[in-house]
Design a protein around this ligand. Structure first.
Ligand code: OMP
Length: 225
C-alpha cells in the first residue's frame, strides 16, 4: 500500500513523537487488542500543536456534508472541537459553526443535562474525536447526540487506526460500521490513518522492528474491506 504524506501530516507525526503523544512499544487498548503503537492525543496540548491539529481538522471538514455543530466527546475531543470551531471561524474557512460537548457525569442541578455548549436539538452535528479503533467511543457520542435530538451527519477523527470493528464477526471495518450509522460512504473522515503512520515510520528509516510489529498488527486487526 503506497501512501504520499503531506507536509502537515509529517509535521504532525513528528510533533506527536517529540512530545511523547505517539509511542511505540506494547499497549493494551480499550478493545483489549495489544498494539505496538499508541497515540495519546491528550499530550498534543501546547498552543502551537493545538493550532496545527485544529487547522488539520478544519481542512478535513470540507469533505463532510454541511453541518451546524462540532461535537467534541469528553475529554480529549473537547479542546480539539473548540479549537477547530475557532479555526473554522477565521479565513480562509470563514465558517460559523457551533460547538458542544458532553459531560462524563450527568448534572442534576443548575442547567442540568449531559451536554454543554450550543443545543444540538434539530441540528446537523459532526463528531470530532481523537482516535478510532473499534468504534466504541464514537458510537457512545452518536447515541448521546441522538438522545438530545441532534442528527449526526459525519465523524472526523485525528487518527483512524483502520481496524476491524467491534462487530468483527462480520469481518467489517470500524470505518464501514460507523459510516453505516451516520449515513453512508464518505461520512467518516480522518486527518491521519494507520497507513500514513506506517509510511512515515518507513520514510524515517532504521526502524525495521517497529515496522514489522505494525505490519503484523495490521495483518491481525487491520480492516479487510
Ligand atoms: P475505540 O472506542 O475502540 O474506537 O477506541 C478509541 C479510544 O481508545 C480513543 O478515544 C482513546 O480513548 C483510546 N485510544 C487512544 O487514545 N489511542 C490509541 O492509539 C488507541 C486507543 C484505543 O484504546 O484503542
Amino acid at each position: 500500500m503506497s501512501t504520499e504524506l503531506t507536509s502537515y501530516q509529517k509535521d504532525l507525526l513528528q510533533h506527536a513523537e517529540d512530545v511523547g503523544a505517539l509511542k511505540f512499544g506494547t499497549f493494551t487498548l480499550k478493545s483489549g487488542r495489544i498494539s505496538p503503537y499508541f497515540i495519546n492525543a491528550g499530550l498534543l496540548s501546547t498552543g502551537p500543536i493545538l493550532s496545527s491539529v485544529a487547522t488539520a481538522y478544519a481542512a478535513s471538514v470540507s469533505s463532510l456534508p454541511a453541518f451546524d455543530v462540532l461535537f467534541g466527546p469528553a475529554y480529549k475531543g473537547i479542546s480539539f472541537a473548540a479549537c477547530t470551531a475557532l479555526v473554522l471561524a477565521a479565513p480562509p474557512f470563514a465558517r460559523a459553526v457551533g460547538f458542544a460537548y458532553d459531560r462524563k457525569e450527568a448534572k442534576a442541578h443548575g442547567e442540568g443535562g449531559s451536554l454543554v455548549g450550543v443545543p444540538v436539538r434539530g441540528k446537523r452535528v459532526v463528531v470530532l474525536d481523537d482516535v478510532m479503533t473499534a468504534g466504541t467511543a464514537v458510537r457512545l457520542a452518536i447515541e448521546k447526540i441522538r438522545a438530545e435530538g441532534g442528527e449526526v451527519v459525519g465523524v472526523l477523527q485525528l487518527l483512524d487506526r483502520e481496524e476491524v470493528g467491534a462487530e468483527d464477526a462480520e469481518g467489517s471495518s470500524t470505518l464501514r460500521e460507523v459510516e453505516r450509522l451516520v449515513g453512508g460512504e464518505g461520512r467518516v473522515q480522518s486527518v491521519l490513518k494507520m497507513r500514513d503512520l506506517i509510511a512515515w515510520v518507513r520514510e524515517k528509516g532504521g526502524r525495521e522492528e517497529q515496522l514489522e510489529q505494525m505490519e503484523a498488527y495490521r495483518e491481525r486487526y487491520g480492516r479487510k474491506d
